[in-house]
Design a protein around this ligand. Structure first.
Ligand SMILES: CC(C)(COP(=O)(O)OP(=O)(O)OC[C@H]1O[C@@H](n2cnc3c(N)ncnc32)[C@H](O)[C@@H]1OP(=O)(O)O)[C@@H](O)C(=O)NCCC(=O)NCCS
Length: 133
């Protein structure tokens, strides 16, 4: 949580120069239902990383996550982005998150065995924003 808050703070303080962009989804009275944090990957041309996406537990499964992800993709395209990468863990508890990314058109392009700890791989999902809608 500390790391997640840190990138939002950096974006609030430094704007896009921080390397992070945060978008939120709110209800009609301005209560934040979820957020997504993404930014250009340093030393690449047109590659972006999605660092965090989260929806309030009471609002999960209602399509807010897909709307946040679609919004982030549109913002990345506006900035000339051609590829969006998402890293996650292979732990069973991430199965529904992985399903969420696959539903949104992301493909598993890399796996680093034992990256987080023995038996817990790093999975890298990617979406080509030039060919995908
Ligand atoms: C992953 C997450 C952002 C998805 O947002 P969401 O608003 O719940 O998802 P949506 O309603 O847009 O999409 C629902 C789809 O996502 C999947 N999903 C993933 N996590 C889910 C959850 N906790 N509750 C319901 N559906 C979930 C469902 O399988 C569903 O697929 P289906 O349409 O085929 O049934 C959200 O569940 C969440 O914040 N999870 C905890 C934090 C997390 O894991 N973040 C990603 C790693 S940084």
């Amino acid at each position: 949580m500390d790391v997640a808050l840190e990138v939002v703070d950096e974006w609030i303080e430094g704007g896009e120069a921080s390397g992070y962009i945060t978008s939120v989804i709110e209800d009609s009275s301005g209560v934040v239902l979820g957020y997504v944090c993404y930014g250009p990957t340093p030393l690449t041309s047109g590659t972006f990383d999605l660092y965090w996406i989260a929806v309030d537990p009471t609002g999960q499964g209602k399509g807010f996550g897909q709307r946040l992800l679609a919004h982030a993709e549109a913002e990345v395209r506006k900035r000339g982005g051609r590829m969006l990468l998402i890293e996650t863990s292979s732990q069973d508890s991430y199965a529904s998150t992985i399903h969420f990314y696959e539903r949104a058109g992301y493909e598993l392009v890399a796996r680093i065995p034992g990256y987080y700890r023995p038996g817990d791989d790093k999975l890298v999902f990617a979406k080509n924003l030039r060919s995908a809608g």
